[in-house]
Design a binder for this molecule. Structure first.
Ligand code: NAP
Length: 313
């Protein structure tokens, strides 16, 4: 049992949380009757916070834990952690890269195919007995279309590799061109959207990408265009997305992430041209187990004074 208590910001993948709690004294913030009092009670002793990509930790909370040395994040996206504070105060941050890449890319393709081929609509069409009265309307095809990927990192590149066998052409946008990438680079996201039939967001969230996929980009994608988001709700202008989908100025969308999860605008819920998922990109037993392994290994490495396994640069 490690002496330094750990503050756990939000519930983790069950088996990971069990292992963490069997090895350390863990305080569950969300169960505390008085969260402020719990944090105050840990001010002199807590050196490690474990959190999730969705929950993160803000500067005000960290400031109340002056001994804090490590924030271990269950998730690759660290946009909900105040990295500026961490850098300034020497707090190390770890995340869970690579182990979730394939799973999230798979979900992006599943959302893309479900949107193009209207799979949830077809499912309802059969269940509601509408097939008995006539066939379902024809759908669009993915073959021959241009796919624009916003953020060509681990997940974005894995999405591109999956799209190619479907007979698509890939283009991408990111902060800088990368040598050795064979796909066409666009230095402007609106230009990428104008070129593309499908736009897939795979960049990080946070201030630098806030509303990067703007109204102008969605309008450039156009009435036949398909938008897929497995990145973060913050990277797209959600109000414009809802409006343009509703007016037929954007064709359809497959969405795993939203502005104010788990709240999804009612307008999106009612649209037939939208496929929705409750932030399930990495949410399989196998991948969550691997993510948990990395969290535990990072906490163990820090406790033993060893190099962190997956530090955030
Ligand atoms: P990554 O390898 O760090 O890739 C992120 C990519 O985004 C990098 O290529 C980076 O460019 C690019 N980027 C940075 N700023 C950008 C900007 N302003 N405009 C366009 N592109 C920008 O991360 P990853 O492992 O692929 O994960 C990407 C994101 O996916 C995460 O941050 C998270 O938000 C999201 N995610 C979602 C789920 C889900 O469940 N839906 C699960 C996991 C992750 P450079 O290469 O030039 O730095």
């Amino acid at each position: 049992m490690n002496e330094s208590p750990i503050l756990l910001m939000a519930p983790l993948h069950g088996p990971t949380q069990e292992k963490l709690e069997s090895r350390h004294t863990v305080h569950r913030l969300w169960e505390a009757p008085d969260a402020g009092a719990l944090i105050a009670s840990l001010a002199d002793t807590c050196r490690v916070v474990v959190t999730t990509g969705g929950k993160g930790i803000d500067a005000a909370t960290m400031a109340r834990l002056p001994k804090l040395a490590l924030v271990a994040c269950f998730g690759v996206g660290v946009d909900a952690i105040d990295l500026g504070y961490c850098r300034k105060h020497g707090v190390a941050v770890t995340n869970t890269p690579d182990v979730l890449t394939d799973e999230v890319a798979d979900l992006a393709l599943a959302l893309l195919l479900a949107t193009v081929r209207r799979i949830p609509y077809g499912d309802r069409f059969v269940r509601e007995g509408r097939w008995l009265k006539g066939g379902m309307p024809l759908t669009q095809s993915l073959r021959g279309r241009k796919v624009g990927i916003v953020g060509l990192g681990r997940i974005g590149a894995a999405i591109g590799r999956r799209c190619e066998p479907f007979g698509t052409t890939i283009g991408w946008h990111g902060p800088r061109a990368k040598p050795g990438v064979g796909w066409q680079y666009f230095d402007d996201v609106v230009e990428l959207a104008r070129w593309a039939d499908v736009l897939i967001a795979a960049c990080p969230g946070g201030p630098e990408t806030h509303r990067l996929i703007s109204r102008a980009a969605l309008e450039a994608l156009g009435p036949e265009g398909i938008f897929v988001n497995i990145a973060r709700g913050s990277v797209v202008d959600q109000a414009a997305l809802v409006e343009l989908l509703g007016k037929g100025k954007l064709g359809s969308a497959g969405l795993d992430v939203f502005d104010d999860e788990p709240n999804v605008p009612q307008a999106l819920i009612e649209m037939e041209n939208v496929v929705l998922q409750p932030h399930m990109g990495s949410a399989t037993h196998a991948t969550r187990t691997e993510m948990g392994r990395l969290v535990l290994e990072n906490v163990a490495a820090w406790s033993e004074g060893k190099p962190l396994v997956t530090p955030v640069a």
